[in-house]
Design a protein around this ligand. Structure first.
Ligand code: C5P
Length: 240
């Protein structure tokens, strides 16, 4: 597979075309951002760790009947993925109160949310990713009702499997963010990444943060924390 033109540089990844029009080359960057990109810092190894963690999780999900865009990890910092047309939505699933939910509703940190909460945000740096509901999504023609129903179904299935994976690692999956795309045939396909950048993870025993909150709230060094998540994941997925 040959690396082609740069298509897009995000906050933590750069995407390139390849010689196959259906395949994108994704490079994970040693970089962390907060406050919607307003704070940006170089962090050694972060790209490598997120690439490995995301690759292992996407492989696990596919093996458990949840198809996604992942094709293969080809080097420390690179994975190949299927090209899809991204929906301009962030899909957040919450199993316990934290972050913006905790602030918005004034509930105690880590209060259990049953059934899990599902929220949508409109992806727009200019607008700071505002919360958006179904009727707003439909009126703005961001996704059809059928697409949204399928996104919701897949997000809850991902939650079931991810919660199991992390529980086996001694980690509580508090909440996480997913992004989906549409294939040329119009099928909804899980895309983007699943890593400690996009999940809120706490140690089951100590409630210590094992995710990007360490960076967001200046709780210490990020690299050893992501390394710990990978070590625990590698143990249950049987590889490193
Ligand atoms: O900040 P908030 O509580 O709404 O975040 C919910 C979840 O979505 C967290 O796991 C966070 O890491 C993730 N998220 C993300 N990218 C964003 C916003 C939130 O990965 N732009």
């Amino acid at each position: 597979m040959e690396k082609g033109e740069l298509c897009y540089t995000g906050k933590a990844k750069a995407m390139y075309a390849t010689n196959d029009p259906d395949v994108l080359w994704v490079e994970y960057l040693d970089q962390a951002t907060a406050l919607n990109g307003k704070r940006k810092v170089a962090i050694a190894q972060k790209g490598l760790l997120n690439n490995r963690i995301s690759s292992l999780i996407f492989q696990d999900l596919a093996a458990h009947g949840i198809p996604n865009h992942f094709i293969a990890q080809t080097s420390d910092y690179v994975q190949l993925v299927r090209r899809v047309t991204m929906l301009p939505l962030e899909v957040v699933v919450r199993n316990a109160a934290s972050g913006s939910f905790e602030r918005k509703f004034g509930v105690a940190h880590l209060t259990r949310l049953t059934p899990p909460v599902l929220e949508f945000f409109y992806k727009s740096d200019q607008l700071d990713d505002p919360a958006i509901n179904d009727s707003q999504i439909h009126a703005l023609k961001l996704a059809s009702p059928a697409t949204l129903t399928e996104v919701r179904r897949q997000a809850l299935r991902v939650n079931e499997r991810l919660s199991q994976i992390f529980a086996a690692m001694g980690i509580q999956l508090v909440d996480f963010k997913l992004e989906f795309g549409l294939t040329a045939a119009g099928e909804v396909l899980l895309a983007d990444e699943i890593s400690p950048d996009s999940c809120r993870l706490v140690d089951q025993a100590t409630h210590r943060s094992l995710d990007k909150d360490v960076f967001r709230h200046d709780l210490g060094e990020l690299t050893p924390v992501y390394q710990e998540v990978l070590s625990r994941l590698a143990t249950i997925e049987g590889s490193s």
